[in-house]
Ligand binder design. Structure first.
Ligand code: PLP
Length: 406
């Protein structure tokens, strides 16, 4: 089957707008992806047809809305092949999912002097929650070093695991380098030592099929807005054995069974971790995004994106006087680079004048920037709707940037 690129692009109205008088070329998908019409429609329908608070009502609209919300949970479950709906918790996004684990798992299973292993290429949202736990509980944070090509130093990783390690938390795919981390190996090695593993899937869920049971990860976190869904909604997958042993981390409505001033009991999973009115419209939108992506087929999307990535890498390499950050054999979806002698911010600003959106800066990974001794990079990150013509526009734009900076 041919990749239906025209049909896909037609589903994203924003792609046909212009920016600064030029057709938009959007290469900032690592930060957020756009939303196709069917997803917008699904959310419009909630507000137009059946908006009502979920779970608590006996009236018709509340029941319709509750069913749609729970159907979205089932779509997420099937999409990541979780074993049970109890294991799918709606959150605000990857950041909140990781904070949930740092708080609730951290409360129950990590004590002073215990160790958490992260890697040197993590996004701040898989660093700072552990540092907060460090200041609350006096835990020790260990860091897997990053090699020059952007791969993890796996020998060092094995050396970091000890009888004090309580959790390993690593990204599936790096948001700066595009490195696909060897998470299967990391999970297997950790489990051999009875250490659970959290995977930050923020940059993977939209690019590669994820099967949490096959991976055997203990936690998997991702955001809706990077999967062609709405903002403000995300997912934490957690194995039931951990989730049921973890205390709630936020209190309020929905997460309780019974409340009295003498004793409060908590709701069953997953509601124990969903205090307050959840973003049910967002969840229904995320369900629609999963339908959209699944209809095209994530494998199909992944193959298309890999070809685009290869094309972009080769075209950018031909420019010369360019330094790439992240040259791991296993990498995908984005390219980080610097043009010799040109500040990334200047390049990004000029590209924007040509309608080309790339991200410049530290990409919320300051320790990784320090590792490479740079203030930031230019990052072009790809989505299912990008084309080789857009890559050509980026390359032409970079040639102009160079001309302007002499
Ligand atoms: N982890 C990685 C690898 C990311 O790339 C991002 C966002 O760019 C996040 C976590 C945080 O995601 P969010 O801001 O949606 O919570």
């Amino acid at each position: 089957m041919n990749y239906p690129i025209d049909k896909i692009r037609g589903d994203f109205p924003i792609l046909s707008r212009s920016v600064n008088g030029r057709p938009l070329v959007y290469f900032d998908n690592g930060a957020t992806t756009h939303t196709p019409e069917p997803v917008v429609r699904a959310m419009d329908e909630v507000y137009a047809d059946y908006n009502s608070n979920i779970h608590r009502g006996v009236h018709t609209l509340s029941n319709i809305c509750t069913e749609a919300f729970e159907a979205a949970r089932e779509k997420v479950r099937a999409f990541i092949n979780a074993g049970s709906l109890h294991e799918v918790i709606f959150t605000r996004g990857t950041t909140e999912s990781i904070n949930l684990v740092a708080n609730a798992f951290g409360e129950a299973f990590i004590q002073e002097g215990d160790e958490v292993v992260v890697s040197g290429l993590e996004h701040h949202s898989n660093i700072v929650p552990w540092q907060l736990l460090q200041s609350r509980k006096g835990i020790v944070l260990k860091v897997i070093p990053v090699m020059d090509d952007g791969t993890l130093n796996m020998d060092a990783f094995y050396g970091l695991l000890s009888e004090k390690t309580r959790l390993v938390a690593v990204a599936h795919i790096s948001n700066v380098l595009g490195t696909i981390n060897p998470i299967q190996e990391i999970i297997k090695a950790s489990h051999e030592r009875d250490i659970p593993v959290l995977i930050d899937g923020a940059q993977a869920i939209q690019h590669t099929p994820v099967d949490v049971q096959a991976l055997d990860c203990d936690f998997y976190a991702f955001s809706g807005h990077k999967l062609y869904g709405p903002t403000g909604i995300g997912v934490l997958y957690g194995k039931e054995k951990w989730l049921s042993a973890m205390p709630p981390w936020q209190g309020g409505g929905e997460m309780i069974q019974n409340v009295s001033f003498e004793k409060t009991t908590f709701n069953e999973l997953p509601y124990k971790f969903e205090a307050g009115t959840p973003d049910f419209v967002g969840a229904i939108g995320l369900g629609a995004a999963i339908d959209y992506v699944s209809d095209i087929g994530l494998k199909h999307i992944a193959n298309y994106e890999q070809e685009l990535f290869n094309y972009a890498f080769s075209r950018l390499s031909d420019l010369g006087k360019i330094t790439f950050y992240g040259t791991a054999p296993q990498r995908t979806s984005l390219i980080s680079f610097l043009l010799d002698g040109i500040h990334p911010f200047d390049a990004g600003t000029l590209l924007d004048k040509m309608g080309i959106a790339v991200r410049t800066g530290h990409h919320c990974a300051q320790p990784l920037m320090k590792r490479f001794g740079i203030p930031g990079t230019i990052r072009a990150s790809f989505g299912m709707y990008n084309t080789t013509h857009e890559v050509d526009a980026l390359v032409a734009g970079l040639v102009k940037v160079r001309q302007l900076f002499g």
